[in-house]
Design a protein around this ligand. Structure first.
Ligand SMILES: [Zn+2]
Ligand SMILES: [Zn+2]
Length: 144
C-alpha cells in the first residue's frame, strides 16, 4: 500500500488540506445547470472517488457544508469560500473538482448532461444527453 499514488488538494486559501489516494472511479465534464451555478463556471471538470480514498489532513474545523438535495453535501472552506468536494452518500462517491487537486492528471472520458450545455466542447469525447444508465440516466448520446 506504500507505493499508492497520492495527490494533495485544498481550498483557495490553503487552510483546509486533503489528500486522495489511488484512482478515481470516473473523470468527466458535467454541463448541468446545478454544476454551473455551484461552480460559477460554464462547465464542471470533476472526478469521482470512493469516500475512503479522500482524507482531510488539515483544517477540518474550517469545513462547512450545504445540502440543497439530500444526496449532495457540498463542502467548502469557511475562511475563503473555496470549494473542496461534494459527497454523494447514496452512491458512496465523493465528487472533487479537478481544479482543487492541481497535481492530479485529469483525463476525462466523457461529458454528461450535455443537453444543458452553454459551452459546447468539440474534443471528440462521448457526449451523454444526461447520465449513464448505471447512474440513473438514459445513457443516450448526443452529437457534439
Ligand atoms: Zn480556505
Ligand atoms: Zn452537473
Amino acid at each position: 500500500m506504500n507505493n499508492q499514488q497520492q495527490y494533495q488538494g485544498g481550498c483557495f486559501c490553503g487552510e483546509v488540506q486533503f489528500k486522495v489516494t489511488s484512482e478515481p472511479v470516473l473523470m468527466a465534464y458535467c454541463h448541468c445547470e446545478s454544476c454551473r451555478h455551484w461552480s460559477a463556471g460554464p462547465v464542471s471538470a470533476f472526478t469521482l472517488w470512493k469516500p475512503d480514498t479522500v482524507e482531510v489532513t488539515k483544517g477540518k474545523d474550517n469545513i462547512v457544508s450545504y445540502n440543497k438535495s439530500v444526496d449532495s453535501t457540498r463542502k467548502w472552506c469557511k475562511s475563503c469560500g473555496g470549494h473542496l468536494f461534494t459527497e454523494h452518500p447514496s452512491m458512496a462517491l465523493t465528487d472533487i473538482p479537478a481544479a482543487v487537486i492541481p497535481s492530479f492528471p485529469f483525463e476525462p472520458s466523457l461529458h454528461v448532461n450535455y443537453q444543458e450545455t452553454v459551452l459546447p466542447i468539440k474534443d471528440g469525447l462521448p457526449k451523454m444527453k444526461d447520465l449513464p444508465k448505471e447512474a440513473g440516466g438514459s445513457g443516450d448520446l448526443l452529437a457534439e
